[in-house]
Write a protein that binds this ligand. Structure first.
Ligand code: NIG
Ligand code: FE
Length: 399
């Protein structure tokens, strides 16, 4: 099949090819939505060149399509008043306990219909897509009833269909204890495992299951019950872990072979070791770190030393991270967490794919993977981390 060839500098992000997996003056051949060949332009096989459409992008750099592996993109309303109050001195936990926090977004999201949720999420998704995002994970968790959780997940699926972006849906019914179950968190966990998860599965709405393990949310044993139900249904899990305190979340996630543990500001040394053994990806969320005014960054040096793969995501949500720029997350992961620009770029490509169970499908420029990439007007791939957002791709190729 005659395909298409792009000539440019390539940041393949393949491990083992040196920094950024770079191939200066490279060629990327695609056909039928897959990458068929990657290498130096001078080595391009003549048989591939024959009949192919050739686009010479000159000095541009091509990267894999960007992957935002942790978002709460579907929600109603906004929480700028809470943000202002927190700047005035109250903490994220105090706001949550006072009924602002997650539960205020739950009220707004329950009151919104699918059309309204879709329209507001589309405006945020557009900003991600304009930055070269080709895969986005979207969590439920602001419905907390069976119909409202399904409503959120249907909107997430609709976003993928309407915008040609790969959407991975995550059921986060264990995000907060809903008001109807106040003081009865265990009964709510029963409802999740007996009713919400099976219904979401039956409708084909769930790719993974997540929970918020924290003093203001779910205990380790409640989280483990949600994870056991997910495993019984054949689903992989993720965890909001050790964000505000060390609750043993990193080790808990690892013990369930979680795809990822996310936030991790307070992850312990034992948690890091367990994650390394389990192959659980550490997802860094600098937007939430900055917005809640946290003072302890996640143990990036510990993850690096232990060989834990690190991803970076926006955590786009109305409370702790009202951020719709994945490139800004990349920049902040470097400036606030001391990740290297190469680590941060791997964090929104190769390792973000792994955090979603999509390694082998996307996240690198390599033969056999989906033809998802962006070409950038930069002189070096580290520029994508250097600018504080605002770099626009010249070309974006989606699935
Ligand atoms: O990832 N930590 C829990 N969940 C979100 C915040 C949700 C909210 O405040 O609305 C997070 O930071
Ligand atoms: Fe989150």
């Amino acid at each position: 099949m005659a395909g298409t060839i792009f000539l440019a500098n390539l940041a393949t992000m393949q491990p083992g090819l040196g920094a950024y997996g770079a191939i200066p003056r490279g060629a990327l051949a695609i056909a039928g939505g897959r990458i068929t060949w990657v290498g130096q332009a001078a080595a391009l096989p003549p048989a591939l060149r024959a009949g192919a459409a050739i686009h010479d992008l000159g000095e541009a750099w091509i990267t894999p399509g960007l992957i935002d592996c942790h978002t709460h993109l579907v929600f109603a309303g906004e929480r700028s008043a809470e943000y202002e109050a927190r700047l005035g001195g109250i903490s994220y936990e105090e706001a949550a306990r006072a009924g602002r926090g997650i539960l205020s977004t739950v009220s707004a999201t329950r009151a919104a219909d699918e059309a309204a949720l879709l329209a507001s999420a589309e405006s945020r998704l557009a900003r991600l897509l304009a930055e070269g995002v080709t895969t986005v994970e979207i969590k439920s968790g602001y419905g907390l009833t069976l119909p409202d959780e399904l409503k959120m997940l249907r909107v997430a699926r609709a976003l993928g269909k309407r915008h040609g972006v790969r959407v991975r849906t995550t059921l986060l019914a264990a995000h907060a204890v809903p008001p109807e179950f106040a003081g009865r968190a265990d009964a709510y966990v029963d409802h999740i495992t007996a009713d919400i998860l099976p219904a979401a599965l039956a409708e084909g709405l769930v790719d993974a299951v997540d929970a918020f393990a924290e003093a203001i949310a779910f205990s380790p044993s409640q989280t483990a019950r949600v994870f056991a139900a997910a495993a019984a249904a054949g689903l992989r899990v993720k965890l909001h872990a050790d964000q505000l305190s060390d609750g043993g979340g990193a080790a808990l996630a690892a013990s369930h072979r979680a795809l990822s543990a996310d936030h991790l500001e307070y992850a312990s040394a034992a948690g890091i070791t367990a994650m390394a053994r389990a192959g659980t990806v550490a997802v860094m969320l600098p937007g939430a770190f900055a917005t809640v005014g946290a003072d302890q960054p996640p143990p990036v040096a510990g993850f690096r030393a232990a060989g834990v793969a690190m991803a970076v995501a926006t955590d786009c949500n109305p409370g702790s991270s009202p951020m719709c720029s994945l490139l800004l997350a990349v920049n902040l992961a470097c400036s606030l967490f001391r990740m290297t620009p190469e680590e941060a770029l791997a964090g929104v490509t190769r390792n973000a794919a792994k955090a979603l169970g999509l390694d082998g499908e996307t996240g690198m420029l390599a033969p056999g993977l989906a033809a998802e990439f962006a070409a950038w007007p930069v002189g070096h791939p580290r520029e994508l981390a250097y600018w504080m957002g605002g770099v626009s791709p010249l070309i974006i190729n989606r699935k």
